[in-house]
Design a protein around this ligand. Structure first.
Ligand code: NAD
Length: 345
């Protein structure tokens, strides 16, 4: 069986999810939705994806010489599942995740939303390692944000192995994506004054046992290439640095880098990703500094880097498999997705 996937919103996340889906043998992209005839519309056609248009902009695409298959609703009707990769806030033309959810519901279609939407939109959030089975066979799910995915990837295995008393994590966030020139800061440091930031509560949507145990603070800095987290975890059971390393060695989509090997900053982490030869130089794994792991007085300290444009991409593939009931076992889905995307573990 090959599940028919529609991608609504072909931007940073949507174009990556479309490529990742195309690499799987149990699902296929039957079309993507664009609002405007930008270069990404041409990119989609070049990759062989059928192009559908949101709202009534078909003529603008035809004027730009782009072949349009029809309005977005035609695509939604033909799909088994829609992966909604539209921007989280109020979108172009005033559409919101809630508006789109009503459209999908009216058509009786399953859908996956992204981390820019609130948990309450679906009442169900997703991380492959932490709670895959919760989404199996469900109508709607939401892949949590890049930062929350990063926290879940490293905290969940620690929680399973040693138990977690409490977590304090600081998110150092990139000001904008590399392809974005609209946001910032350009030359400033912008603290999130709401404490805790939304990331901690968002982790709880995937790991309910973390309820009231994780507090996060966030700050935006003038970089485009990655987010960085500094995390302190009070453990329930005693563990050594070696024990922690062993747990993460077995954890999916977590990899180690070492400052002593010259990987001293997010700049070198992205160079490592480019050297791995991945599409767009993406890094799907969470990069933990192995020589930055410390355990003192029952507290684990570590630093990790998150490639915001791509860590959620394999999670979207697993989420499609869960929601469509293609695979009930999360570990098997992760292994299948990883193999198709060239992710080692
Ligand atoms: P983006 O702006 O790069 O892409 C969004 C795309 O949706 C654009 O092509 C835009 O033209 C299109 N669009 C806008 N309004 C639309 C509408 N009404 N109908 C159909 N398409 C519409 O945004 P993104 O960074 O890909 O973010 C998408 C979602 O993924 C958001 O929820 C975001 O929070 C989440 N997310 C983003 C990142 C990241 O770092 N970029 C990481 C993880 C999750």
């Amino acid at each position: 069986m090959s599940v028919k996937v529609a991608i609504n919103g072909y931007g940073t996340i949507g174009k990556r999810v479309a490529d990742a889906v195309s690499r799987q043998d149990d699902m296929k992209v039957i079309g993507v939705v664009k609002t405007r005839p930008t270069h990404e519309a041409g990119l989609a056609l070049g990759k062989g994806f059928k192009l559908y248009v949101a709202k009534d902009g078909v003529q603008a695409f035809r004027d730009a010489g782009l072949e349009v298959a029809g309005p977005a609703e035609d695509l939604f009707r033909a799909a088994d599942i829609i992966v909604d990769c539209t921007p989280g806030k109020k979108k172009e033309g005033g559409t919101t995740g809630e508006d789109y959810k009503k459209v999908y519901e009216a058509l009786g279609k399953k859908a996956i939303f992204q981390g820019g939407e609130k948990h309450r939109l679906t009442g169900l959030s997703f991380n492959s390692a932490a709670n895959y089975s919760d989404s199996v066979g469900k109508g709607y799910s939401r892949v949590v944000s890049c930062n929350t995915t990063g926290l879940c990837r490293t905290l969940y295995p620690i929680h399973k192995a040693f138990g977690i008393e409490s977590v304090m994590a600081v998110m150092v966030r990139r000001g904008a994506d590399p392809g974005d020139s609209k946001s910032g800061p350009i030359n400033a440091i912008e603290p999130e004054v709401k404490v805790p930031s939304h990331h901690g509560p968002d982790v709880e949507t995937c790991i309910p046992e973390m309820k009231d145990k994780i507090k996060t603070m966030a700050v935006k800095v003038p970089t485009t290439i990655m987010h960085l987290h500094q995390v302190a975890v009070k453990l329930k059971k005693a563990a050594s640095v070696q024990d922690v390393v062993q747990v993460w060695e077995g954890a999916p989509r977590v990899m180690f880098v070492n400052a002593k090997d010259g990987v001293k900053s997010t700049a070198q982490v992205m160079e490592v990703a480019r050297d791995m030869g991945r599409d767009r130089g993406d890094l799907y794994e969470i990069a933990v500094w192995k020589d930055g792991i410390n355990v003192a007085d029952g507290t684990l300290y570590y630093t990790q880097a998150i490639h915001q444009e791509s860590d959620v991409v394999p999670e979207n593939v697993d989420c499609i498999r869960a929601v469509c009931g293609l695979e009930k076992d999360g570990a098997k889905s992760v292994a299948k997705t990883n193999k198709a995307m060239g992710i080692r573990k």
